[in-house]
Design a protein. Structure first.
Lengths: 286, 314
């Protein structure tokens, strides 16, 4: 442990008052609210074209300007938030449920055959970044949002498997596990009643961080056209289209990118803050 | 030690085989008829039959897998359907763009990340530290392709100093070619630089607590020499590890960045191959990317075992 500890004024610090956690929470809330509100209200219908009003700079009428078809960029970004959040949620959900299940299974008998098989398989998925999986899926089945969800989900799986296994092994070593065994519980019951609740906190923290990574990966895939398809607005593809008209209207390349960056930043900061709360020993270690 | 290397080698071969199997099943078995996927719905029956024969689809899948493995080992990867040239030749041509791009990106990321990490560690808790950590957060949040677009906006569209995209080829002269790679490499380097800065900072903070650093200071070495010669050297192990582990992220990034800047590299090749349904090229390239990531991971693990004998037991 380092001897240079952070100064804690008054000896006590409220993790939820840390500026980075507050910023993260606000940014994440902003994106979620934008996505939810977009179901009932956007300044303009996001797919409504107005060709005479194309490539406009930000103004009172179009807060973020208009694109090459005269569509309102602000409305598109609001609806695009849904897409980013949905893909992130789906991908992290797949990774978390499958990865945790595998990790917990592996932890039951440490160094058993199942443990080795599961963990080697998890290591193995490292060789396939999301974009490679998405490329294979698109080559065979054509592009679509589901590809992005599965490809990013596969990428998430080993993180949760490794984390769940490591944390579960520590729980299995505790005395209360012996007590549970003595009370006649089998491995599955112990896992569900004692191990899982004890590692849920760090899993949620990891999920927040993986969510940020998933949003980033989704943006890359939809920039390449491998993710969400038109006419559904997505931030990544908005940037791709902006590239053609960037010289005429630079704003087009600014707003969608800022939306991605702020969303990722928000969930990253949120995850860091939650980690401090769940495991104070890790505070500021990185 | 030899036993350790042999065990790792066996694991390496198994991993490569597993990767090849996954790719083969995904791209040759699951689609049913890869020739039909390549040619699309309106293909003439004769063309379909000809392509099936060329791809050897009359043979059982297991035999085709073994033949493909043999091809991978000997470098005979078959003909690209769209380009009508050997895939190996396509890869060699495109590698001349992707490899320098990746090396430039790694070079830039290290040149930016390590000094920043050292600065943050030596000024822990001060403004410089906070600045570097803010840079790292931003570098991790900003999508590299967006950063690439912003660079284009400023340095190509705005100032006109650098080309917005494309690659003139190495025959156009080293300076011209490197100029075309500068912005893509910088875009690719940003998230890596952020990660390296973070890892360097935390590794330096750890080594700065060590006795040998105190000894170095006590014997009168300047702070700069202590940092560079004693602290940094020991902090480099985790940094090199991260560089190795980040390799697959770099590959993924290169595929996107090459498309942003219209660079004729491997990433653009695989992307175009999807659009053209050229499954032969897709299969070989995905295997190349996955294989590279596996090999680099293997090298990092081996290096680790060489440095730290305790790890050889695992």
């Amino acid at each position: 442990m380092s001897s240079v500890q952070d100064k804690a004024p008054g000896g006590k610090r409220h993790w939820w008052l840390a500026p980075s956690f507050v910023i993260g929470a606000v940014l994440a809330a902003l994106v979620i609210v934008a996505a939810l509100v977009s179901y009932v209200w956007t300044p303009y219908p996001p797919t409504q074209m107005a060709i005479l009003n194309r490539l406009k700079s930000p103004s009172a009428a179009n807060w973020f300007g208009t694109d090459q078809f005269g569509r309102d960029v602000f409305s598109m970004i609001m609806v695009g938030a849904r897409n980013s959040l949905a893909v992130g949620l789906g991908a992290v959900g797949i990774g978390m449920v499958l990865g945790t299940t595998l990790g917990l299974t592996a932890s039951v008998r440490r160094d058993g055959i199942l443990d080795h098989v599961i963990m080697r398989t998890a290591d193995f998925t490292h060789a396939f970044p999301a974009v490679l999986t998405a490329i294979m899926m698109t080559a065979v089945a054509g592009p679509g949002m589901l590809n992005a969800v599965v490809a990013i989900g596969v990428l998430n799986l080993p993180y949760f498997a490794r984390l769940a296994r490591g944390a579960a092994l520590q729980v299995w070593a505790q005395d209360f596990i012996q007590a549970a065994r003595a009370a006649g519980l089998n491995n599955r019951q112990i896992t569900l009643r004692h191990v899982l609740p004890n590692i849920a906190g760090i899993l949620v923290v990891q999920a927040t961080i993986q969510f940020a990574l998933a949003v980033l990966a989704e943006a890359g895939l939809s920039y390449l056209g491998l993710g969400t398809q038109p006419p559904n607005p997505s931030w990544g593809r908005m940037l791709n289209e902006a590239q053609t008209f960037m010289a005429a209207q630079p704003w087009l390349a600014i707003f969608p990118g800022a939306a991605i960056a702020l969303t990722v930043l928000g969930f990253n900061l949120l995850g860091d803050g939650l980690r401090d709360a769940v495991d104070p020993r890790l505070r500021r270690s990185r | 030690m030899i036993g350790y290397i042999l065990r790792r080698l066996a694991a390496l071969v198994l991993t490569l085989l597993a990767a090849a199997l996954v790719i083969f099943v995904a791209l040759e078995v699951l689609p049913g008829d890869p020739a039909a996927v390549t040619l699309g719905l309106n293909a003439a029956p004769e063309a379909l039959a000809a392509l099936r024969a060329e791809m050897g689809l009359d043979k059982p899948a297991a035999l085709r897998f073994v033949l493909w493995l043999g091809g991978l080992a000997t470098g005979d990867l078959g003909l690209s359907y769209t380009y009508r040239v050997p895939v190996a030749q396509l890869i060699a041509e495109r590698m001349a763009v992707t490899l320098p791009l990746a090396l430039m990106a790694i070079g830039l990321a290290t040149a930016i990340g390590i000094p920043l990490g050292m600065l943050a560690a030596s000024r822990r808790g001060h403004l410089a530290d906070a600045g570097v950590m803010a840079f790292a957060q931003a570098g991790l949040a900003i999508p590299n392709f967006w950063f690439g677009l912003l660079l284009v906006l400023v340095f190509a569209v705005g100032l006109g100093w650098l080309p917005a995209g494309g690659f003139p080829g190495w025959q156009a002269g080293l300076g011209t070619a490197l100029k075309a790679l500068l912005m893509p490499a910088l875009a690719l380097a940003l998230p890596q630089a952020a990660i390296i800065a973070r890892v360097t900072r935390s590794a330096m903070l750890d080594t700065l607590q060590e006795d040998f650093v105190r000894t170095a200071r006590a014997k009168g070495l300047s702070e700069g020499t202590t940092m560079r010669r004693h602290a940094l050297r020991n902090a480099l192990i985790p940094v090199v590890t991260i560089l190795g582990l980040q390799f697959s992220v770099l590959i993924a990034g290169a595929i996107i960045i090459e498309n942003v800047f219209a660079l004729p590299g491997l990433g653009r090749l695989v992307f175009q191959a999807i659009a053209q349904h050229d499954l032969i090229v897709v299969k070989d390239l995905v295997m190349l990317f996955a294989g590279l990531a596996i090999l680099i991971n293997f090298a990092v693990e081996l290096l680790y075992g060489l440095i730290d004998p305790r790890l050889r037991q695992a």
